[in-house]
Design a protein around this ligand. Structure first.
Ligand SMILES: [Ca+2]
Ligand SMILES: [Ca+2]
Ligand SMILES: [Ca+2]
Length: 240
């Protein structure tokens, strides 16, 4: 699919956030919700495969995608449900709020990532927290019975994806109001933890070029941006 061209990025981005100017805390969250909910062209779950081939393309290996937890570069065509293939990881686990794969939070590209099938099933619907045993075949990732810790390179990415979802999905259109909390074992509640850990990860792993490029690619396809990639300081303003 052809991404929409957004030329003059800096000018476009400052206009994009005009309604958020000067705001903090709940007012900022409310303004950002309005901004990132406007002009969205939702993608169907079937179209997510193609979209991820673009948004998560490995710039060094044409035709490949980079997998979230393993960091492995793999042909975009090798997706499916088999061992060694990649599939569509919902970073905000879809059972947390039980929103499924209807066009909505379950197809929101900002939190969907290519992931190794086996590692994706280890993550399952666990909350995020530090600690656990090393995950087989995914160096730098750890997991125990109730939580998952991604590798350092994507800790901030994971945090900003979760916090984007909290701002984007506020209980409209028949979908649940998603919010972070400081717990693990959230089960099917529309919540993901732990907020204190996600905030620390967002600080430690600031947005790099790949994460910014991905935001830009999604803006081209889906029509909205992750504000925390453009303005990481807004994490602390909203969740102080
Ligand atoms: Ca744990
Ligand atoms: Ca990162
Ligand atoms: Ca929310």
């Amino acid at each position: 699919m052809e991404p929409v061209a957004h030329t003059g990025r800096a000018a476009v981005v400052s206009d994009y956030y005009e309604d958020a100017e000067g705001k903090t805390g709940p007012e900022l969250k409310k303004a950002l919700h309005g901004i990132i909910s406007a002009g969205v062209t939702p993608v169907s779950y079937d179209k997510v495969w193609d979209a991820l081939a673009t948004t998560d393309a490995d710039p060094d290996h044409p035709g490949n995608v980079t997998l979230l937890y393993t960091g492995r570069s793999q042909p975009a065509s090798e997706h499916g449900g088999g061992s060694g293939q990649w599939n569509r990881e919902h970073v905000w686990a879809k059972s947390h709020g039980d929103f499924g794969t209807a066009t909505g939070p379950g197809t929101d590209l900002h939190h969907l990532r290519p992931a190794d099938v086996t590692v994706n099933s280890v993550r399952g619907n666990k909350d995020f927290d530090n600690g656990g045993d090393p995950v087989d075949g995914a160096e730098g990732n750890y997991s125990d019975g109730d939580s998952f810790e991604p590798r350092d390179q994507v800790k901030g990415d994971v945090a900003r994806m979760i916090l984007y979802m909290a701002v984007r999905w506020e209980g409209q259109d028949g979908f649940p109001d998603l919010e972070p909390n400081d717990k693990v074992d959230n089960g099917s509640a529309p919540a993901i933890g732990r907020l204190s850990v996600l905030k620390a990860w967002s600080q430690e792993d600031q947005p790099d070029k790949a994460e910014k490029d991905r935001n830009e690619a999604i803006y081209g396809i889906q029509g909205n941006r992750n504000p925390f990639i453009d303005h990481p300081e807004w994490v602390e303003s909203i969740w102080s």
